[in-house]
Design a protein around this ligand. Structure first.
Ligand code: GA4
Length: 325
């Protein structure tokens, strides 16, 4: 069991940092402690020895590369879940193409057979991958509840286990982008990359991200500071979402992050966002609220939060709308 103190390693001409590492095979009390520290201090950590079969991951990635390798017209036709450069509904753009799939509806219904006769194969890979990462998310959420001393340790996990959970799986493909001379002149010499997916925090409960061996994820522990995260295809990167910050009454932090493109290689990330059902009331369990730590947020439903999220821009802070004055 190791909690790596930021360990700088050279990657793609920039100094990348390793996140706190949580070895899920280590002793439970140690795992709990590391998760607690990481969520309170960074909002991000990396999970190793997670138990998800390599095949489940590699098959999903193979299908995702297969899909994004098709001509744009075919991808557009294949699924309304496909998007290219446009992020959300309010004019945000990025150097990314993606599939945004509902993690509970069978994905075969979301990818038309016109994409290829491979659609049921694609669908079964999405299901296997989504189920595996959902279970991983539940295990982590239960350890968090134990670490926080919440008597009902399924208080977070049951929201994403619910059949009506609004969880999503996002497959992001960041094609390589070689900067032209003008852009290169404007960039600092170590950073020949463009913004793939701009600065934001994740609205949901917990995010489980897996990327190929191409870096690009950067986290912002404070305004204006960007820390590149070293890619690790054998691990999952886990981060606290806004709803978990609210449900821990601010004890865990939902940290802003972004994804950059690489100048030479395509980055692929497969991201599970564990979310509550739309009708679920988001409120911190009583043990999280004390006279020393009074309640920070007004209660709201996930539907309220989602509506606020989609009415704002990617980088806007929506949590403030629900903060007590
Ligand atoms: C960021 C996290 C997830 O990718 C996502 C994104 C969503 C979208 O792409 O449709 C949002 C973005 C994300 C936050 C602000 C809104 C909504 C785009 C956007 C401008 C699926 C999510 O849930 O919120």
């Amino acid at each position: 069991m190791v909690l790596a103190s930021p360990n700088p390693i050279r990657s793609e001409r920039i100094l990348a940092t390793d996140l706190p590492i949580v070895d899920l095979k280590a002793e439970k009390c140690v795992v709990r402690k590391l998760i607690m520290k990481a969520c309170e201090e960074y909002g991000f950590f990396k999970v190793i020895n997670h138990g998800i079969p390599h095949e489940t991951i590699s098959k999903m990635e193979e299908s995702a590369f297969g899909f994004f390798g098709k001509p744009v017209t075919q991808k557009k036709q294949a699924s309304p879940a496909y998007g290219c450069k446009n992020i959300g509904f309010n004019g945000d753009m990025g150097e990314v193409e993606y599939l945004l799939l509902n993690a509970t509806t069978p994905s075969i219904a979301q990818i038309s057979k016109t994409i290829s006769n491979d659609s049921s194969n694609f669908s079964s890979r999405v299901s296997a991958y989504t189920e595996a990462v959902r279970e991983l998310a539940c295990e982590i959420l239960e350890l968090m509840a134990e670490g926080l001393g919440v008597p009902d340790t399924s208080v977070f996990s049951r929201l994403i286990k619910d059949v009506d959970s609004d969880s999503v799986l996002r497959l992001n493909h960041y094609p390589p982008i070689l900067l032209n001379n003008k852009d290169r002149d404007r960039s600092p010499s170590y950073n020949y990359s463009k913004v793939g997916f701009g600065e934001h925090s994740d609205p949901q409960i917990l995010t489980i991200l897996r990327s190929n061996d191409v870096g690009g994820l950067q986290i912002s522990p404070e305004h204006g500071v960007w820390i590149p995260v070293a890619p690790d295809p054998s691990a999952f990167c886990v981060n606290v979402g806004d709803v978990l910050e609210v449900m821990t009454n601010g004890r865990f932090v939902s940290v802003r992050h972004r994804a950059m493109t690489n100048s030479l290689k395509a980055r692929m990330s497969m991201v599970y966002f564990g979310a509550p059902p739309l009708h679920a009331c988001i409120v911190a369990p009583p043990v999280m609220v004390t006279p020393q730590r009074p309640s920070l947020f007004i209660p709201f439903t996930w539907a309220d939060y989602k509506k606020a999220t989609y009415s704002l821009r990617l980088g806007d802070s929506r949590m403030n709308l629900f903060r007590r004055k």
